[in-house]
Design a protein around this ligand. Structure first.
Ligand SMILES: *[C@@H]1O[C@H](CO)[C@@H](O)[C@H](O)[C@H]1NC(C)=O
Ligand SMILES: *[C@@H]1O[C@H](CO)[C@@H](O)[C@H](O)[C@H]1NC(C)=O
Ligand SMILES: *[C@@H]1O[C@H](CO)[C@@H](O)[C@H](O)[C@H]1NC(C)=O
Ligand SMILES: *[C@@H]1O[C@H](CO)[C@@H](O)[C@H](O)[C@H]1NC(C)=O
Ligand SMILES: *[C@@H]1O[C@H](CO)[C@@H](O)[C@H](O)[C@H]1NC(C)=O
Ligand SMILES: *[C@@H]1O[C@H](CO)[C@@H](O)[C@H](O)[C@H]1NC(C)=O
Length: 432
């Protein structure tokens, strides 16, 4: 912002003159030797920067030039330093221009700097120095913690700027309208913008930006990146081992826990029992080496933070080395409950399925087949028997005839037997 303020000490004209006439009169008057003039330029500078205050001279005739600060203290008297302030330097004193610089400008340096020809104290020019204070990167204050299902209240603060900065909350390129408040701290302003947004678990870690816009930044907004921290109760899930477990195997259960804040500790326990002596807990993992059937039971993993607690359980069944055959589908034998339950009611009543029942239902099918085969066999045998009996009945006549002839053949033996012991040797021989 650089504007030229012009007024000739000898060229004061009624404002009612038209611009063209004004110029003409100005020109006519200024060609006279008495017509000295000074022009001052308004200047805007960033805080901490260096301001150049220039007084343009016209028809300078060697008069004393005085430069004064806004409090009308004389800084330079015809080129000589008058006020002891090293920040002011006389840079140029020529018949056409007097220029001083002010380094490390602060807002208190603001105001009108007077360029004056000593010969005429009534007429002077004022160069207005404006100091612009760009905002720092704003800060984010959490007014209300973001808890799942609730609302987050965030305030973006830009404590100091001049003119007042504009604050803008952005999420994924879209502006979130905020409630803006502005406070005048004398020369500078503090600005804040407060937003309230509903939050869910999925919003945890979401990126929000608070941008401070300011004319002195030329579009280079000052941006504060903020990650939404949404607090939520833990979730717990036991990752079960695959396959069946037999005596002598080792068990490794890992408890997968989420939550914000993440629960620091994992509690392992066994329902209605104490944890086995051999159980080793390291962080979220429970390990039992050399399983035995006494380890059967329900193991519970629990975690909690300030927002709630959760648990998951796993029912361990240890099989002996012999009773199971490999034909049993192993996946059906694992009893795990991956569902997570928040535990206000402590009634976790797991229903461990009895894999023995599974075994039975599966072996029932081969038994039925065997039974069928057996029935068929019995039927066949009966049929054979019937046929045999029928055949024997049909041949009965010839059989009886043959028997009778046999009797004739051995009549001698029978006779000898009935008659006494003398022929017992012979009888024996015949019978065998
Ligand atoms: C210089 O700034 C002052 C104060 O802000 C203002 O009144 C004046 O009009 C400005 N001069 C020009 C030429 O813009
Ligand atoms: C003021 O300073 C200028 C430039 O140094 C010089 O030409 C002029 O003579 C001085 N005027 C007086 C009255 O000392
Ligand atoms: C600039 O001025 C400020 C006070 O206005 C001061 O704290 C700072 O040290 C100064 N810097 C320099 C480089 O002089
Ligand atoms: C089962 O087998 C493991 C080795 O595979 C053995 O250490 C364990 O003693 C056996 N248990 C029984 C009851 O036979
Ligand atoms: C624990 O014991 C209670 C009472 O004796 C019983 O009702 C419950 O079913 C048991 N839970 C387990 C998992 O064995
Ligand atoms: C452990 O579980 C297995 C499988 O259900 C079962 O066969 C065994 O009898 C159980 N042992 C004990 C001591 O409960």
């Amino acid at each position: 912002m650089r504007t030229v303020q012009s007024s000739a000490l000898c060229c004061l004209l009624p404002a009612s003159f038209s611009p063209a006439l004004h110029c003409l009169v100005l020109l006519l008057l200024c060609i006279t030797p008495r017509c000295q003039a000074v022009q001052a330029e308004n200047v805007t500078v960033l805080e901490g920067g260096t301001a150049q205050i220039s007084c343009r001279l016209q028809k300078y005739d060697g008069s004393i030039v005085v430069i004064q600060n806004p409090r009308r203290q004389t800084l330079f008297f015809n080129g000589t330093r008058a006020l002891k302030d090293d920040r002011f330097q006389m840079m140029l004193f020529s018949p056409t221009m007097v220029r001083i610089t002010l380094t490390n400008v602060s807002v208190s340096d603001e105001g009108g700097y007077f360029c004056q020809l000593y010969t005429d104290s009534t007429h002077h020019q004022v160069a207005t120095l404006s100091v612009s204070v760009p905002p720092e990167i704003p800060t984010v204050e959490v007014k209300q913690e973001a808890v799942e299902g609730g609302e987050a209240e965030l305030t973006c603060v830009s404590p100091r700027s001049k003119p007042a900065a504009t604050l803008r909350w952005m999420r994924n390129g879209r502006e979130i309208p905020g409630v803006v408040s502005q406070q005048d701290n004398g020369k500078t302003f503090s600005v804040s913008s407060t937003i309230r947004i509903p939050v869910e678990r999925k919003d945890n870690g979401a990126a929000l930006n608070c941008e401070a816009l300011h004319p002195s930044l030329g579009g280079q907004n000052r941006v504060r990146r903020y990650r939404l921290d949404v607090y939520f109760a833990p979730t717990v899930r036991i990752i079960p081992p695959s396959g069946i477990l037999r005596e002598g195997d080792s068990l490794s259960l890992t408890c997968s826990i989420t939550g914000n804040p993440l629960p620091r500790t994992t509690q392992w326990s066994k329902i209605n029992d104490t944890l086995p002596e051999r159980a080793e807990i390291s962080g979220p993992t429970l390990q039992i080496a050399r399983l035995s059937q006494s380890h059967n039971g329900t193991y519970l993993c629990q975690a909690q933070n300030n927002y709630g607690r959760a648990a998951d359980y796993y029912t361990l069944l240890v099989y002996d080395n012999v009773s199971l055959t490999t034909t049993v589908p192993t996946t059906q034998l694992i009893t795990s409950h991956p569902t997570t339950s928040v535990l206000p009611s402590s009634s976790i009543a797991p229903e461990p399925r009895d894999p023995g029942a599974v075994v039975e239902t599966h072996s029932a099918v081969p038994y039925a087949v065997i039974g069928g085969v057996l029935a068929l066999l019995v039927f066949t045998v009966i049929c054979v028997l019937i046929v045999t009996i029928w055949c024997s009945v049909r041949q009965k006549g010839s059989y009886l005839t043959h028997e009778a002839s046999g009797l004739d053949e051995h009549g001698e033996v029978q006779e000898a037997f009935l008659n006494g012991n003398d022929v017992s040797q012979g009888k024996k021989e015949y019978l065998l």
